[in-house]
Design a protein around this ligand. Structure first.
Ligand code: SAH
Length: 224
């Protein structure tokens, strides 16, 4: 399945984890182990296999990207995943973030706007044996009511604000990690926690740059 010799990919992953992720302060050992395990080169287009473990996002088609490994790790850690959690992702893309999270929680439910990407990701995840991930094509802004409630939610595109549906579908004490801000600009990566009174407490994790939201919520500004 893998293109290159497996030991070469494994060594590249180990280097990625120590030099890009542990070195920047990610400490959750389960998260680090997941990043060391998931074959990121299987989630990028064939001609980019050689760059799969580099310190940057990569194009995956349709103007979308697979996030930088460090950002995947940072967001995974922020969600404080537990083995019994059910987790919602908006923005499946390649399926890489979903695969990483699937090693840390009971089930991942993930929604992708572009049907072609959703199909590809679903096929890839099942071929690689990530059986606890369910992929759906469509606009994720309304969440996934039929699969709610979730212990945590992650959004992997730039959103103008937090989708109300996510707040409704996450349990009390649940976490939402999401880049908030205008498309084509820098966003703030936010970690929200839903309090008992339903309000959100928030923490800023740093400046990031994600691809824009597609669909109903982009107001036409996100195309391109
Ligand atoms: N998590 C992905 C990164 C994907 S980039 C990975 O690991 O590869 C963000 C993705 O969000 C894109 O594929 C884009 O099509 C998708 N997206 C944008 N707006 C969306 C929306 N409203 N609902 C669902 N997916 C959306």
């Amino acid at each position: 399945m893998a293109d290159g010799p497996p030991d070469r990919d494994e060594a590249a992953r180990r280097r990625m984890v120590s030099e890009q992720i542990r070195a920047r302060g990610v400490r959750d050992e389960a998260v680090l182990a997941a990043l060391a395990k998931v074959p990121r080169h299987e989630f990028v287009p064939g001609e980019l296999h050689g760059s799969a473990y580099g310190d940057h996002p990569l194009p995956i088609g349709l103007g979308q990207t697979i996030s930088q490994p460090y950002i995947v790790a940072l967001m995974s850690e922020a969600l404080a995943p537990r083995p019994s959690d059910r987790l919602l992702e908006l923005g499946t893309g390649s399926g890489y973030q979903a695969a990483v999270l699937s090693m840390l929680v009971a089930s991942v439910f993930t929604i992708e706007y572009h049907a072609a990407l959703a199909e590809e990701a679903a096929a890839r995840l099942s071929r690689l044996g990530y059986a606890n991930v369910e992929v759906r094509a469509g606009d994720g802004w309304g969440g996934w009511p039929a699969r709610a409630p979730f212990e945590a939610a992650i959004v992997t595109f730039a959103a103008p604000d937090v989708p109300a549906a996510l707040v409704a579908q996450v349990r009390t004490g649940g976490r939402i990690c999401i880049p908030v801000g205008q498309p084509q600009q820098v966003q703030q990566l936010m970690l929200y926690t839903k309090r008992a009174d339903g309000a959100l407490s928030s923490r800023m994790l740093g400046a990031v740059r994600f691809v824009p939201v597609q669909g109903e919520r982009d107001g036409g500004a996100g195309r391109g």
